[in-house]
Design a protein around this ligand. Structure first.
Ligand SMILES: [Zn+2]
Ligand SMILES: [Zn+2]
Length: 269
């Protein structure tokens, strides 16, 4: 059997499954959170971060581009899978390693991805790349969970490229990759929730305050000059790009009797 024939057969056998997994993750995470927020929107109204509401056109655009990203992610996912079958990537699927090893691999992937995301994201905010690559994502000035994968195709490729690069550098089990991509979509939809869903004491706990909240990424959508980080705040703190009002906006959003009094200058722009 020719190499091309083998690859084509592998594609037909594996890609539909990878596509369904990527699509399911997006629909379950974004759809699940959007549904829960719609149900509890009234009781948690004080936690809404912006005055402005996303329009139905915003949501349609977010879903449309997220679905295009899902297809691109699945194609890159197939390349990683096919490459792993030929020993190109250190992603292994043999016996499950111990929980300590899985946790180590997962933490390493998350830390590496956080760094990848921060610097790629900052790069995409340079004038030339912003216009050509990243502007589409910022059309969601008031993001909803559906915006999690709302990227123009070039940005989707940059985001997807992390996994093959990581697969060249470190050895990880297939289960770790599954945990990693599940954590990625979960944190992504939370960052775009539009309501602050973290508890008010979050930033008072030193170990937790380095984990980004919804307000953190929401502020990036209303003022793109700050808060480029994805999972953690330390790159923004280290590079002096954390929004100066991050803490106060978070506190306002989590006050039980908070009312709409934030972000207005930026949202009305
Ligand atoms: Zn975003
Ligand atoms: Zn951005």
């Amino acid at each position: 059997m020719s190499q091309t024939g083998t690859l084509s057969e592998l594609f037909q056998a594996a890609w539909p499954t990878i596509l369904v997994l990527d699509l399911s993750r997006y629909l379950i995470a974004a759809g699940g959170l959007a549904s829960v927020l719609a149900l509890v929107a009234r009781p948690i109204a004080a936690r809404r971060i912006q005055h402005r509401r996303a329009t139905s056109a915003d949501i349609r655009r977010e879903i449309g581009f997220s679905l295009s990203t899902v297809v691109l992610f699945s194609l890159v996912g197939f390349c990683v899978y096919a490459g792993s079958q030929h020993g190109m990537f250190s992603i292994y699927g043999s016996a499950l390693p111990g929980s300590g090893q899985l946790l180590f691999e997962f933490a390493l992937l998350v830390l590496l991805h956080d760094t990848w995301f921060y610097w790629a994201h900052r790069g995409m905010h340079t004038r030339w790349l912003f216009r050509r690559v990243h502007r589409l994502h910022h059309k969601s000035r008031t993001p909803t969970p559906w915006a999690a994968y709302s990227f123009a195709p070039p940005e989707a490729i940059i985001e997807a490229a992390f996994l093959p690069v990581a697969g060249l550098l470190i050895s990880t089990h297939e289960i770790t990759v599954l945990l990693f991509v599940s954590h990625m979509i979960l944190r992504n939809v939370i960052g775009h929730a539009g309501f602050e869903i973290f508890p008010g004491w979050w930033l008072r706990v030193p170990l937790l305050r380095c984990v980004t909240t919804t307000t953190h990424h929401d502020l990036h959508h209303s003022n793109g000059g700050y808060n480029f980080g994805l999972y953690f705040t330390w790159w923004d703190r280290c590079m002096n790009t954390e929004h100066p009002e991050y803490r106060s906006r978070f506190i306002t959003a989590t006050q039980s009797r908070g009312s709409f009094k934030r972000n207005d200058k930026e949202n009305k722009a």
